[in-house]
Write a protein of this length. Structure first.
Length: 453
């Protein structure tokens, strides 16, 4: 059995690779389990050296991996280079971790009390197709640094860079069995990782729907889980904001990666008195988004991942949808969909409630600060968001009131290697990146040593 990997920009098969099933997952878990005792025993400084070598080896291959990712996921080559660069940066960041996994000493009676951060064992990593290698790296970095061994399951639609990474890791000196890749369907391979008794933890990024199933499955064995799920993030623009800057930045905060981004600011909340002015500027900015061949250096937005996904996205824009602006998209083969702005939209319309995961944005009016908070938080999700205003105190009040794991003021950024990332509410459980991710790949052990007297 093979996986025929399709290139979204051409709809052609670009590679065929073996398709793993439950047996291959079991074999990978067995290899990871066998490799665990030796990997956790590697001296911290030596584990750091190996992770740094892995980062160097990926950096050497950066352009090849970026082209592979750009073709397989249909993302602009500039974005793909940025993502592979972040993979390198992530391994370098966590290369510093093995020697910094500090414990505490706690004053107690009759002895000495100390804590250790122990690795969990074999960790199953399940990642989506929208940011294939970089999301894998967010999990691999802290997992490996803490002394765990891993089985990585990429999405069937985008397995190619993960398969390459397994090879690169071996060449870079990661011991055999420490990093194992199984490319196969989620319902079989992902499910098996959730059920397997030798997998201590599952770290998952994907849809909230599949995440719920993983949480249910993990409950049987009280398996540790980290879930990074969907979003419906608000980009809140107050009338006192720099409207030029907010409108210029808004398109790529939702059309980046063709909207297939859990952090997409897919609801733009605009204060009513600034609505007309903002929409006018936004419309001009949307017309300038360059949609086309992912390998063209000028491209800002590529195709959607598949024909089926394009149908889902299109279902949010029926004939009578309030389309106020629409960008262009190539004709012909490939799963193209133009950047689309809907306005005005009610916060309870389907397009404003559900995660579209495509280049469709809703513009929604609000009256005052309280209304902005209420509308921003009126969602099951809580992943990301932005606030645009020149009033610093209001920005801080909003930053505290909006229920999201990450928020930016006068900017639309969400992710940095050194800062925590993850969701409130049904956007997930746990945090990735920054120092916080290590908490999710270690158990705290408390040791009491009686000293007598
Ligand atoms: P999903 O369909 O949930 O798939 C994600 C991964 O889970 C894939 O590897 C998939 O495998 C696997 N999977 C599917 N069914 C499974 C099951 N029953 N048991 C175990 N694993 C299973 O999501 P997607 O469509 O690929 O990705 C889009 C979603 O990811 C969006 O909702 C987006 O918001 C979310 N996302 C979240 C974040 C963060 S950090 N919060 C980042 C990126 C994306 P196959 O596809 O190979 O079958």
């Amino acid at each position: 059995m093979t996986i025929a990997v399709v290139e979204p920009a051409t709809a052609e098969v670009m590679a065929e690779i073996p398709r793993a099933g439950a047996e291959e997952v079991d074999a990978a878990v067995a290899r990871a389990r066998a490799a665990f005792p030796a990997w956790r025993a590697v001296d911290p400084a030596d584990r750091s050296v190996i992770l740094r070598r892995l980062a160097d080896a990926i950096e050497t291959r950066l352009e090849d991996l970026a082209v592979l990712e750009a073709r397989n996921a249909g993302k602009p080559i500039g974005d793909a280079r940025g993502e592979i660069g972040m993979v390198v940066e992530t391994f370098r960041y966590y290369a510093g971790a093995p020697e910094r996994l500090l414990g505490d000493t706690i004053p107690v009676a009759g002895g000495i009390d100390m804590t250790f951060r122990e690795p969990l064992g074999v960790v199953g990593l399940i990642v989506p197709w929208n940011f294939p290698l970089v999301i894998a790296a967010w999990k691999l970095g802290p997992a490996l640094a803490a002394g765990n061994t891993v089985v990585l399951k990429p999405a069937e639609l985008t397995p190619l860079t993960a398969v390459e990474l397994e090879r690169i890791a071996l060449e870079a000196g990661l011991p055999e069995g420490v990093l194992n890749v199984v490319a196969g369907p989620g319902s079989v391979c992902g499910q098996r990782l959730v059920e397997h008794p030798d997998v201590a933890k599952v770290a998952f990024t994907g849809s909230t729907e599949v995440g719920r199933g993983i949480a249910r499955g993990a409950a049987d064995q009280i398996k540790r889980v980290t879930l990074e799920l969907g979003g419906k993030s608000a980009n809140v623009v107050f009338a006192d904001a720099d409207l030029d800057a907010a409108a210029a930045a808004a398109p790529m905060s939702v059309f980046g990666n063709a909207g297939q981004d859990c952090c997409a600011r897919s609801r733009i909340l605009v204060q009513r008195e600034a609505m007309d002015e903002f929409v006018e500027r936004l419309t001009a900015a949307v017309a300038g988004v360059r949609v086309g061949d992912p390998l063209d250096e000028a491209t800002q937005m590529g195709p959607l991942i598949s024909a089926a996904h394009r149908e889902d996205v299109a279902s949010f824009v029926p004939e009578d949808a309030p389309v106020v602006a629409r960008g262009s998209a190539p004709d012909g083969p490939g799963f193209w969909y133009p950047p689309t702005v809907l306005a005005p939209v009610d916060n309870h319309d389907r397009a404003a409630v559900e995660e579209i995961f495509g280049p469709v944005v809703c513009v929604i009016a609000f009256t005052d600060e309280a209304d902005a908070v209420a509308k921003a938080n009126d969602t099951i999700y809580g992943l990301s968001g932005s606030v645009w205003t020149r009033d610093g105190a209001k920005a801080l009040r909003m930053a505290r009131a909006v229920e999201t794991g990450v928020l930016s003021v006068n900017s639309n950024t969400s992710v940095r290697v050194s800062t925590p990332f993850g969701g409130f509410k049904q956007s997930g459980v746990g945090r990735e990146l920054g120092p916080h991710a290590l908490d999710h790949y270690t158990e705290v052990k408390n040791v009491y040593f009686a000293t007598g007297g």
